[in-house]
Design a protein around this ligand. Structure first.
Ligand SMILES: Nc1nc2c(ncn2[C@@H]2O[C@H](COP(=O)(O)OP(=O)(O)O)[C@@H](O)[C@H]2O)c(=O)[nH]1
Ligand SMILES: Nc1ncnc2c1ncn2[C@@H]1O[C@H](COP(=O)(O)OP(=O)(O)O)[C@@H](O)[C@H]1O
Length: 185
């Protein structure tokens, strides 16, 4: 089987982490752990949710791509991707849209993109608040250029992605099931 990576992308609060966790538990897809200089949120574990880095340790990594998102650095390595591929031919990764575009450009058909969105962008703020994000962090996030950019699918991915409107979780599970059926066929 060709090795592939299911790239989950979309705005903050659109449900990327929820989808990634569901794909891990229901379909046993290994997740590529990426690196960030962001501080861990409550409940996040180093080496599981992210490899949490300092600017110093981030600089020493050999990264496939790196972005700045809301003043923090995020990046993923070929080593991390290969580690996940050692476990399974189909793996998943959560990226911002800029990272998703890079993956599509570098990996072609090996990168299968899922763009998550909601029909009412204002609902994202409520979801972030109910997730427990600190108010200051939330306000800053919503102001960031990256947040606004990721509300819309980038033109390079338009027509080359599965788009899921994640309003209703049961519908999203059905849509993911269809994507998984296609990938396994
Ligand atoms: N390009 C890229 N984006 C990443 C990477 N790791 C995480 N991200 C993205 O960075 C953004 C911010 O992530 P985070 O602070 O965890 O907040 P979230 O949006 O609530 O998941 C999200 O769009 C993530 O998908 C990475 O290695 N590369
Ligand atoms: N379909 C949905 N309906 C309502 N809330 C949702 C839905 N999908 C996810 N959520 C909730 O929204 C919040 C943000 O989701 P999360 O997966 O953390 O988003 P992201 O990783 O894209 O920032 C979480 O509290 C999550 O439980």
């Amino acid at each position: 089987m060709m090795k592939r990576v299911l790239v989950i992308t979309g705005a903050t609060g659109s449900g990327k982490t929820t989808v990634s966790k569901y794909l891990q538990s229901k379909y046993h897809l290994p997740k590529v752990i990426t690196h960030t200089t962001r501080k861990p949120r409550e409940g996040e574990t180093n080496g599981v949710d992210y490899n949490f880095e300092t600017r110093e340790s981030m600089r020493k990594l050999d990264l496939l791509e790196q972005v700045t998102y809301d003043f923090n650095l995020y990046g993923s390595s070929m080593e991390g991707l290969n580690q996940a591929w050692e476990k399974d031919d189909l793996v998943t990764i959560v990226l911002d849209t800029k990272g998703a575009v890079t993956y599509k450009q570098k990996l072609g058909d090996q990168a299968v993109i899922v763009f998550l969105t909601v029909s009412e962008p204002d609902s994202l703020k409520d979801r972030l608040a109910s997730r427990g994000d600190e108010r200051i962090a939330l306000v800053q996030r919503i102001k960031s250029a990256e947040y606004h950019r990721d509300l819309k699918i980038p033109k390079q991915l338009d027509g080359h992605s599965h788009v899921i409107v994640n309003d209703d979780w049961n519908q999203t599970k059905i849509a993911l099931g269809h994507i998984m059926d296609q990938l396994k066929a």
